[in-house]
Write a protein that binds this ligand. Structure first.
Ligand code: NAD
Length: 428
């Protein structure tokens, strides 16, 4: 029988277990999310009808602190997917060394089919259903696929109404006037960019020689494309859910972002002021984008994009996993044999949760930091993580994923062991 996405995610730890001295009961705890909540989310639609959507919130493990993780709006959201995403958050927060466990939430919905008012009612109704489960010192949500800062603002407002006091620390990724942090908007892309810069230092490549393909052109994909473009990297392919474009000359990323924001689709254009003109490019599918002969491939859309079906055809020597779980475990084995170097998701996209943590600290202290301070602190934290993982990977000849998991598991184990394990409790 095929493994579900959660089992698949857990099975990835086997390699890390073989290389770390992790006790069986730590694994046992990680196999079982601490709490899983499934809710029916009622929404009054614009035509007066009532629709019920299914929502989830999972608190996977809180050994290191309150659980933390985004809320996803997508038709494919399922219990197992939310469990897997929450599990990755446990590892990601541990690896980053921030005092959080892992959580995640989602609603099974196609948000593109809702009006703005329906979207607001859905978001408030979901918070109403999960209000007892979350809290600024218990479980702190944030944005994920198809949710954004405005939705986080509505959710914070709804939670505050229920609690009867203003509670900005219950959710991160909020608009700045509602207690958001400067620098949260591009933090995920920026964190991935800092990881690439560290690798560039190690391998001494020249940015202008590097051809990059980015799958997914939302928050994470747009910002990393923009930062790499500014730095001289050549972004030759990009895509969104409707398909992609390819040009060997590379694209002018600010123009493409401008056009995407106006037309909601990725188009090959070059803009001067408000005028955008079409440029030469080839239309490609998302499948073709993944298989291009580029130097760096950045999946920044959804999980399970590289699987047994296409792993053999991947040509990029470097993959930077900005999305969560874009390479499944079977594909991982194949990519490893092909010597493809992967900066794993729990490291590459940890910039988002690192700056979410900064936002929460600022909310809880009521003292707000300038942008430069946020970016500098992000750089310090993620660069230290990257260097530690790279060093372990090189010295023990482990993949970057296994090395990242070893670091994360060691931190989680230290916290669990501090409360006592079999060794301590066994009657002698
Ligand atoms: P988003 O909603 O802003 O953007 C998602 C993008 O993916 C959109 O451009 C959409 O068109 C595209 N897309 C959807 N389905 C696709 C498909 N089948 N093929 C290609 N493109 C497709 O979401 P985001 O916040 O940028 O998140 C993207 C990924 O990054 C997710 O895996 C998310 O979990 C991960 N991530 C995001 C953050 C964050 O702070 N935003 C943090 C950590 C991880």
């Amino acid at each position: 029988m095929q493994k579900d996405i959660f089992e698949n995610a857990i099975s990835r730890l086997d390699a890390a277990f073989a290389n770390a001295n992790i006790e069986a009961e730590v694994l046992e705890q990680l196999k079982h999310p601490k709490q899983i909540l499934e809710v029916a989310v009622p929404v009054r639609m614009d035509d007066g009808s009532l629709k019920i959507f299914t929502g989830f919130r999972v608190r996977h493990n809180d050994a290191l602190g309150p659980t933390k993780g985004g809320i996803r709006y997508h038709p494919n959201v399922s219990r197992e997917e939310v469990m897997a995403l929450a599990f990755w958050m446990t590892l990601k927060c541990a690896l980053a060394g921030i005092p959080y466990g892992g959580g995640k939430g989602g609603i099974c919905v196609n948000p593109k089919q809702l009006s703005k008012l329906e979207l607001e009612r859905l978001s408030r109704s979901y918070i109403d259903r999960i209000a007892d489960f979350i809290g600024p010192h218990r479980d702190i949500p944030a944005p994920d696929v198809y949710t954004n800062s405005m939705i986080m603002g509505w959710m914070m407002d709804e939670y505050s109404s229920i609690m009867r006091y203003r509670t900005p620390g219950v959710i991160t990724g909020k608009p700045i006037p509602l207690g958001g942090s400067l620098g949260r908007d591009d933090a995920t892309g920026r964190g991935g960019y800092y990881c690439i810069k560290q690798l560039e230092k190690q391998l001494a490549w020249k940015p202008s020689n590097m051809r990059v393909a980015v799958q997914g052109f939302g928050n994470a994909g747009q910002h990393i494309a923009q930062l790499l473009h500014q730095d001289g990297y050549r972004i030759v392919a990009i895509s969104d859910s409707q398909g992609g474009i390819y040009s060997d000359n590379g694209f002018d990323i600010p123009s493409i972002i401008k056009a995407k924001n106006e037309s909601l689709r990725v188009q090959a254009v070059y803009c001067t002021d408000s005028v955008c003109e079409a440029v030469d490019a080839q239309q490609i599918t998302n499948e073709q984008l993944l298989e291009l002969p580029v130097d760096i491939l950045i999946p920044a859309a959804l999980e399970d994009q590289i699987t047994l079906n296409n792993a053999q055809k991947i040509q990029a020597p470097y993959i930077v996993e900005l999305a969560n779980g874009p390479v499944n475990s079977e594909a991982d084995v194949i990519l490893d044999k092909k010597n493809i170097f992967i900066i794993p998701d729990i490291l590459a996209n940890s910039g988002g949760v690192i700056v979410s943590y900064f936002e929460w600290v600022q909310n809880n202290t009521g003292f707000y930091w300038p942008l430069e301070e946020v970016q500098q602190k992000l750089k310090t934290v993620i660069t230290a993580s990257f260097d530690a993982v790279y060093k372990l990977s090189a010295s023990k000849k482990l993949s970057m994923r296994t090395a990242a998991n070893v670091h994360a598991l060691n931190r989680i184990q230290d916290a669990i062991k501090a409360g006592g394990t079999q060794e301590y409790f066994a009657v002698s």
